[in-house]
Each structure stands twice: as C-alpha cells, then as structure tokens.
Ligand binder design. Structure first.
Ligand code: PLP
Length: 471
C-alpha cells in the first residue's frame, strides 16, 4: 500500500539498504498490529506516533474526497485539537455502545479494539485471564457504568446450575439464538448496592449516579492487627436482609484502600456471590501494580466476579481520565459498553494505548519490582522514625501504603508536609470517621504515605526526612 519508490534516486545497493532499515523499523509497528499483544519491550514514542498517525488517517474526516453533511463531522476549529485528540477527532463508540465500530471512524474503532486486546494480553502476562474493556472515564464513573448495567438487568451464564438457588433468578425466555446453547439466566434490575464501607466518595457517588440505593456495612477494629475491616458474615447478612425484603442486591467490594482499612476478603465474597447468584463488582482502583493484589483477584475470579474496575492513571501512568473494566464474563462487559450514553472522546483510550505500548512488559515488571523495594524502604524508614520519635508504625495490611502515628494534630502535620512540597500524605485524627473508615474513634492519630508504582527511592527518602521535621 505504502509504495516507497526511490528507484533511481540513489545507487541500487543504497536503495536496498535504506528500504531494509525502513522495513525493520515499520516491522515493530506491524508486529503490534499482527500479534495484538503487549510488546515485551516498549516502543519508542516516534513509532507509537507513527502507528497513531496510520490509524487516525483511516477516519473519514481525513478522507480527501469525502462530502460531509452530517450534524457531526469532526470539524475542528484549531489544529491544536488534532494534537489533543491524537487526531481521532471522531472519538470512539457508536451512540449507545462504546465498542461498536463507528462507521465514520474505522481507524479509531480499530485503535480501540486493539487497546482492549493489548489490555487483555497485559493482564494475561500478569496471570489474570480476563476480557478487558478500556473506558473513557475514571474509576468512579466506570463503577457507575457497571452498576448501571446491573440495574438494567442482564443475562448471565449459569456457571454452576446446582448452586443457583436464588428465587429472584428467572430463566430468560427472550435470549437470542446464538447463546441458547449455554444456559443463561437473567439477573433482573439490581436496585441496592451492598457496600462494605470504604470512605471514598467516588464509589458512593457512582451508586447514586446509577440511581441506586446504598446499604453500608460497617467496619470493625481487627483483633489481629491495627486494621479496620469488615467480616464477610456481616456482608452476607446485609445482603440476605435485602433479599428478604424482595430487593436485588449487588455487592461492591473494595480491594485497594488506604490503611488502616483492610481490603475486603474478595475471595470469600465471590464464593458467596457464586453460590447465591449475587452480582459482584470489585473496586480495584490501583490493584494491577502489585502481585499481592493480583493474586487476590486471581483467587476471586474462580468464583463470581462480574467486573473488576481499575484506574489507568494509578496503574498505567496515564493522565487522569481513563478506566479499565475486566472480567471473565465477556457478555457482561458488552452490557457495560452498551450502558455508556453516547460517543466518547478517544483521548483516554489513546492514553491507555500509549502507556501499554511505551512501557512494554519488561518496563512494567521492572516498575512493579521497584514499587515493592520502595515500599519496603518506606516501611524501614517509618519504623526508624517511629523509634526515634516515640511513635509507632502501624501494623496494617497494605502492599502500597504505610501509617505512622503522631502525637501532634495529624491534619496539621499533613498541611505542613504540603507546604514543604510533599503531596500525597493524609493526616487522620482518631475522631475522623470518614478518614478512618470507622464509625467509632480509631486508636491513633496517624499519617499515611504511599509508595505506589512509579515512586522513586528519593521521593520516599525526602518525604520521610521532611516528615521527621514536623511529626
Ligand atoms: C482512586 C480511587 C477511586 C476513584 O477513582 P477515580 O479514578 O477518581 O474515579 C475510587 N476508589 C478507590 C478505592 C480509589 O483508590
């Protein structure tokens, strides 16, 4: 198609050599298109841009012969828009379904499908075998999409017919012919979200955004360590209460959270959800970056997990604005995609695409290793600081974040850190029920700090050094 005809302009042996080099360089791009897998070694920015240029030049707004008389023709007022959208001015999706190919945008549609393939291969390399959907919205809104899909009701494959004892389950009568071979049941309109309490406003707002009611399950102080946690029995009992009242509950569990809040026992919750045909969404906002979280996800995925939601910025180092929804249940992902109202900006998808291609598996694995090392450093430094200042490093359960007590006002401590140009620490008072995720008074005033993917040892060294001056 691209005929690089330089015949006769230079000596033949040079021509051959030049075309050979070009072919090797374009080969990297061809490999991505042919294999549709996360590359082992990341691509250079130049090659990624070239690939984006090829793809975006397939969209109809680039058709030099097109006659455009629609109400939406990707007309742009400034060339800056091209840069900002990587030239995918038509966006992605077809009103009412994100993943449906957009006739005006063959290139963007292919780019999106490729991104989802790359994501699946990325997760598979991390031993998580799932279907994946990149979303053009962040974690909270992605959770809202999942809840909204559950609210509409959807068809689920009956993984285990024997345990399908929930009286609310009806065998769907209007299933389409291509899926009649498997047995499907219909989960009718989820209307209440069982939420083991984690004090993040996004999931709470996701629920109200989806037009559903939320039933909180309260945290308790652990008798094992300094964590606050929610016994699975309490989650089950809250769910049973809603079932008894004739409602259709869905459980929204949280895997990743600021300590002292412990991540929910997603494996046990998933078992219960499978046995009782309860939909289950996991908020794994920053779960992909650490193997402790990934192992938990893997175990839960053996049972009932309708979807896991993660952030692209927290895990893949994109600008904020994208999400990843993944699940073994491809049909459910399609339902989620169908829930999105309208067409979407291609940019958050391009961001995900670019991160996957530029990182490559090698770099990501390396970053994961560095995250673990830096988190250990953070722990060591905090233990040291605690010993020197008569404080305690809390015995909490997080592969990302650590807590240290303070005898001063912790809010004041974190404000001082902010003024010392440190972003990220949270200072929480014993009486801060929201910050503690705990309705009673927590045992300590504390400061929490994160060593999440991409963090440098110097960040942790400097942060703890400045903390030592204000704690
Ligand atoms: C970051 C985070 C969110 C919100 O994510 P957005 O991408 O801002 O919507 C929700 N829940 C948890 C546990 C988070 O860490």
């Amino acid at each position: 198609m691209l005929d690089i005809n330089i015949k006769g302009t230079i000596p033949k042996n040079m021509e051959d050599r030049g075309l050979h080099i070009l072919s090797d360089n374009l080969g990297e791009i061809e490999n991505i298109l042919n294999q549709r897998k996360m590359p082992k070694k990341g691509l250079s920015d130049e090659k990624i841009e070239l690939l984006l240029t090829f793809l975006s030049n397939m969209d109809t707004d680039k058709d030099p012969k097109a006659i455009r008389v629609g109400e939406r023709e990707a007309r742009i007022s400034s060339e800056i828009h091209k840069k900002l959208s990587s030239n995918f001015c038509h966006g992605i999706g077809r009103s009412g379904n994100l993943v449906d190919p957009q006739p005006k945008a063959p290139g963007a549609s292919a780019m999106y499908a490729l991104t989802n393939k790359l994501l699946e291969s990325f997760l598979k390399n991390l031993n998580v075998n799932v279907n994946a959907l990149a979303t053009p919205v962040s974690t909270g809104m992605s959770i809202a999409l999942c809840l909204s899909a559950l609210k509409r009701g959807f068809l689920v494959e009956n993984v285990n017919k024997n345990v399908n004892k929930n009286k609310d389950t009806k065998i769907a009568t209007n299933i389409t012919t291509n899926i009649t071979k498997k047995q499907y049941s219909k989960y009718d309109g989820a209307n209440v979200v069982i939420y083991p309490y984690a004090s993040h406003k996004s999931p709470i707002k996701s629920t109200s955004f989806a037009g559903m009611r939320m039933r909180f399950v309260e945290t308790q102080l652990s008798d094992r360590d300094d964590c606050v946690e929610i016994p699975v029995e309490d989650i089950i009992s809250a769910t049973e209460k809603e079932l008894k009242a004739g409602n259709n509950p869905v459980i929204l569990s949280t895997l990743t959270f600021f300590p002292p809040r412990r991540g929910d026992d997603i494996e046990e919750i998933s078992k219960y959800c499978l046995e009782n045909n309860i939909p289950h969404i996991i908020n794994g906002a920053y779960a992909i970056q650490n193997h402790k979280y990934l192992d938990k996800l893997k175990k839960a995925l053996k049972y009932r997990v309708d979807a896991i939601v993660s952030s692209t910025d927290k895990n893949l180092m994109t600008p904020i604005g994208g999400g990843i929804i993944y699940s073994k249940n491809k049909d459910f992902l399609r339902e989620v995609s169908l829930t999105y109202p309208g067409r979407a900006s291609a940019t958050p998808i391009v961001n995900t695409f670019v991160s996957l291609l530029s990182l490559g598996m090698d770099k990501y694995t390396q970053l994961m290793k560095e995250q673990v090392i830096t988190k250990n450093l953070l722990d060591d430094l905090l233990i040291d600081l605690a010993n020197k200042t008569g404080n305690t490093k809390l015995n909490v359960d997080s592969p990302i974040a650590s807590c240290i007590t303070t005898q001063k006002d912790p809010v004041d401590v974190s404000a001082k850190l902010y003024n010392l140009r440190i972003t990220g620490p949270r200072g929480i008072k014993t009486t801060d029920h929201f910050g503690n995720c705990y309705m009673q008074n927590y045992k300590y005033n504390y400061v929490v700090m994160n060593a999440s993917i991409g963090v440098k040892e110097s960040d942790v060294n400097n942060a703890v050094d400045r903390l030592s001056k204000v704690i």
